[in-house]
Design a protein around this ligand. Structure first.
Ligand SMILES: [Fe+2]
Length: 274
């Protein structure tokens, strides 16, 4: 009998939300001991919870690949590590438990280079007639204000950090050959934000600078989360898969049909084992 292994993907586990931790325990399990798992951000808000959750997953999967979401970066001024330090703290913690991060060499699965990325957002997905501050003020006027503004923005210049992350990532991506799987908490192309009920959310959801990356860097699949709109769609021959679990009121409706079709956890690639 041929054996195969699978690269699975999930995101937005939000394990601090009621019931989500149990769901993760029940459903995020390998089918083969050689299966890998991508966790595309928003595991939880506390570093200890994030690392504990990832640690449990490393006991099940042959490899766990994690990228940060905005929730992992939420800080209070009393936290010892804020902004860039918070990210460093998470990466150091992941290294101790053997979880692959955007700071590690890119692993290869089924002939595809799997690229964990951390690119943030720069408020460039906005009405072009508005400046960044006008767009943020207008969003607030419509009642849309991301927690990021009080839990990330006071501790680091997010658009500047985004620019740094973009140049770091593009430098590394340029050295990759062959097909890729691009993994990022925030989506890479603006088209996938078209279903947002509150379009202002796009301000905190990505950057126009990654728009051509899926094609330019030969992605077969882009794995992302953040929007809590779990759809799998194709643009320019690339599959864009939102693999979020989301909050209870969201996955109450979105999870059963995905479970029925075996789409959560999302199977990104399978490989026949020798
Ligand atoms: Fe998020």
């Amino acid at each position: 009998m041929t054996e195969h292994r699978t690269l699975w993907a999930v995101s937005d586990l939000h394990v601090a939300a009621p019931g989500n931790r149990d769901l993760v325990d029940d459903l995020v399990r390998p089918e083969h001991p050689e299966d890998w798992l991508i966790v595309a951000g928003d595991v939880a808000e506390r570093v200890s919870t994030v690392l504990k959750t990832l640690g449990r997953l490393t006991e099940r999967f042959a490899r766990v690949i994690w990228v940060p979401g905005n929730h992992e970066l939420f800080c209070r001024s009393s936290d010892p590590h804020r902004g860039r330090d918070r990210y460093r703290e998470l990466v150091d913690g992941c290294r101790e438990i053997g979880v692959t991060t955007p700071e590690d060499s890119y692993p290869v699965f089924g002939g595809h280079t799997v690229v964990p990325m951390f690119t943030l957002y720069d408020h460039s997905w906005r009405d072009p007639a508005l400046s960044v501050s006008e767009a943020l003020t207008a969003a607030e006027g419509n009642g849309v204000m991301f927690t990021d503004q009080v839990a990330i923005a006071p501790f680091v210049d997010v658009p500047a950090w985004c620019r740094e992350r973009l140049s770091y990532t593009v430098r590394r991506l340029s050295r990759v050959t062959g097909p890729t799987v691009l993994v990022n908490h925030w989506p890479l192309i603006r088209e996938v934000t078209d279903k947002l009920v509150l379009p202002e959310i796009a301000l905190w959801s990505g950057t126009r600078d990654t728009q051509d990356w899926p094609v330019r860097f030969r992605a077969s699949t882009v794995v992302y989360g953040h929007l809590h709109i779990p759809l799998v769609r194709e643009f320019d021959g690339v599959t864009h898969a939102e693999v979020s679990l989301g909050y209870p009121r969201e996955h109450e409706r979105s999870l059963p049909p995905r479970r029925d079709r075996r789409l959560w956890p999302f199977p990104v690639l399978t490989e026949v084992l020798p």
